[in-house]
Design a protein around this ligand. Structure first.
Ligand SMILES: Nc1ncnc2c1ncn2[C@@H]1O[C@H](COP(=O)(O)OP(=O)(O)OP(=O)(O)O)[C@@H](O)[C@H]1O
Length: 344
């Protein structure tokens, strides 16, 4: 896999060089200019067919949105229209193509949309995904900036929208396999969108339970299928586990399966996930509603065969019984506050 070395972000031009190959450039934003209205394409068009409409040179860099294992994500502006997007530069072109292919199979307001795959001017096959921008960023960032736990109403809204995304993906046999706060994006309108289908896959039986993922959010059967339901596990149930950990984390304001300050080594995580006490019990009586505790308990059954399905969770009182308008308002307020610059 070709490695891209990132140059300092403070440079006027952000040049990404692949040794002995032609560099490609993503220029920093210049002075404001007049923009045409965005020519956004219809939601039925696939990313591949849209790719030809855009070139990397059509965009200028505004900011870094985040960094992950597979690359760096930038906020970019389309020079002509001034429309804002997220651009995910991928070290491995194959991975970008695979992720774009999966995103092309789905069309849901709850899954981040891929507008195009941009080929980069290097011989390595490196590529960039041009994505819909979620202006509130990821929920782990929102939680950090907010300074702790979300109010329960906002957590219920996150759960409801993330479940809608999973229902859409699972109906197309796509398992995400990396559900966590960093992969749930928010907008200041109060929308939640599942992102990063980097390790997602279309499931064809039999499913190999082991494999990549973020250890802290992996279900017990992905560590040890024999001890937690047998067989090869169920990738859709693995997504439900990731959602349960995510909901609990947002509700308590920190990663919930380890003690505060405990080092998240692989061994510590494996012990906590496979042998730790029922995670819902980690929320003390009175700290969370019965509905939230019940929801988390249904997501985090260690035997994947006993875990609730996405359809059952959509009907759970924590989600189905929420005050939709109040929940959305609570999330919108939280994201907007966490996104606005601190007043001096
Ligand atoms: N469409 C987007 N809008 C706003 N921010 C985004 C968007 N896509 C990604 N980000 C930000 O960039 C971060 C990394 O993105 P992403 O998870 O897709 O990268 P990755 O390399 O696949 O990460 P991982 O290491 O989890 O596999 C996210 O956590 C989020 O903060």
């Amino acid at each position: 896999m070709a490695l891209i070395r990132e140059k300092r972000l403070t440079q006027v031009n952000l040049s990404l060089h692949v040794p002995s190959r032609a560099p490609f450039q993503l220029e920093a934003a210049a002075a404001p200019r007049r923009c045409q209205p965005p020519p956004l394409t219809s939601s039925t068009t696939t990313p591949a067919s849209r790719s030809s409409q855009f070139r990397l040179a059509d965009f200028e860099r505004v900011a870094v949105l985040g960094r992950g294992n597979s690359g760096t994500v930038y906020k970019v502006r389309h020079r002509e229209t001034c429309a804002l997007y997220a651009l995910k530069l991928q070290h491995a072109g194959d991975a970008a193509a695979a992720e774009a292919d999966l995103l092309g199979r789905v069309a849901s307001p709850y899954v981040v949309r891929c507008h195009a795959v941009l080929a980069l001017e290097s011989a390595s096959g490196d590529a960039a995904l041009l994505l819909e921008l979620a202006d509130g960023g990821s929920l782990d960032g929102v939680m950090r900036r907010h300074g702790g736990a979300f109010p329960e109403e906002a957590v219920a809204e996150v759960a409801a929208q993330a479940l809608s995304a999973l229902a859409h993906l699972h109906a197309r046999r796509v398992a995400h396999l990396d559900v966590k706060p960093a992969n749930l994006l928010a907008t200041t309108d109060g929308d939640v969108k599942v992102a990063d289908l980097g390790i997602a896959r279309v499931v064809a039986a039999p499913f190999a339970a082991a494999g990549a993922g973020t250890a802290a959010y992996m279900s017990p059967e992905r560590f040890d299928p024999e001890a937690h339901g047998g067989g090869c596990g169920d990738p859709f149930a693995a997504d439900v586990w990731g959602l349960g950990v995510t909901v609990l984390e947002l509700a308590v304001g920190r990663y919930p399966l380890l003690l505060a300050g405990q080092r998240p080594s692989w061994a510590a995580l494996m012990c906590a996930i496979c042998f730790g006490e029922q995670p819902a019990a980690l929320v003390a009586d009175g700290e969370a509603s019965l509905e939230l505790r019940g929801f988390v308990a249904a997501c985090l059954r260690k035997d994947y065969r006993k875990r609730a399905s996405v359809a059952e969770l959509l009907a759970h009182p924590f989600v189905a019984g929420r005050d939709v308008a109040a929940s959305r308002r609570a999330l919108r307020r939280l994201v907007a506050e966490a996104s606005s610059p601190p007043s001096s």
